[in-house]
Write a protein that binds this ligand. Structure first.
Ligand SMILES: [Cu+2]
Length: 257
């Protein structure tokens, strides 16, 4: 009976886990990285998770071995195990080993952070990304155009279009409260803070579309701050830019007509 209950619970948890894969278009597991910094974050994730899983399995195996090997039914009636009060060597060891592991993780991931969020200077294009309640604006410095990605859950948001094979420097700003720009396949979460600029970059070598969202609770419409990044080949990108320019020209001239 208990076994059935546990089986049902396990299946239920599995179903929830699998269905959450589709929730909001984001996967609980990292998607395939498409930008080098996304790849670095993915590698860091594996570099920490794999040893952690090995340690977890080792500890669980030791626990199971002790439980089974020294179970009461295998010991004589009234058996009392050796009573140990304090063991300095053991206590120092089980403090120092986890400390070393935690410091190694901190060093490894901090080094990765330094590498990926440094303002770069060899970029081929500059885009300022500003977050507001509730949406994003992308200012293409070299092209004089701005894409407004207003928050919505009803349909797909307007994509942030980028050319392939181009190193793009991203400058992040917040115009009201703190937001965080996050597209897991491309880069880590980067905070868009009012009055303070943060930097990241992207370089995508394939044509496609990737989803993300605001990763900093920023108000009642936070969940609508969806992100779509779309990459296209340079000629397609150029015609998209021309299209944006004519669209904005017709919008700005419309009050006079
Ligand atoms: Cu936000």
């Amino acid at each position: 009976m208990t076994r059935r209950v546990f089986q049902a619970l396990g299946l239920g948890a599995l179903a929830i886990g699998l269905s959450s894969c589709e929730f909001g278009g984001l996967s609980p597991i990292f998607p395939t990285p498409v930008s080098p910094n996304g790849q670095d974050i993915y590698n860091t994730y594996l570099g920490i998770s794999v040893p952690a899983i090995v340690i977890f399995l080792g500890v669980e195996a030791a626990l199971l071995w002790v439980i089974i090997r020294y179970r009461r039914s295998r010991l004589p009636v009234g058996y009392v195990p050796p009573q140990v009060y304090g063991n300095t060597r053991l206590e120092v060891l089980w403090t120092v080993i986890p400390l070393i592991i935690v410091l190694a993780i901190a060093g490894y991931s901090f080094n990765e952070l330094l590498k990926d969020f440094q303002p770069i200077s060899n970029q081929q294009m500059n885009v300022t990304v500003s977050g507001h309640q509730f949406g994003w604006a992308y200012d293409y410095q070299e092209y004089g155009i701005t894409v407004h990605q207003e928050g919505t859950l009803a349909t797909e948001v307007t994509p942030f279009v980028v050319p392939t094979h181009t190193l793009i420097k991203l400058r992040f700003r917040g115009t009201d409260v703190i937001h965080s720009w996050w597209v897991p396949a491309i880069s880590g979460k980067t905070d868009a803070v009012p009055g303070y600029d943060n930097f990241s970059w992207l370089k995508i070598d394939q044509v496609g579309k990737w989803r993300g969202e605001c990763a900093e609770l920023c108000g009642s419409g936070h969940s609508t701050m969806q992100i779509i990044v779309q990459s296209m080949a340079m000629p397609d990108f150029n015609s998209w830019v021309a299209q944006q320019k004519t669209a904005s020209a017709s919008v700005s001239s419309s009050p006079s007509t």
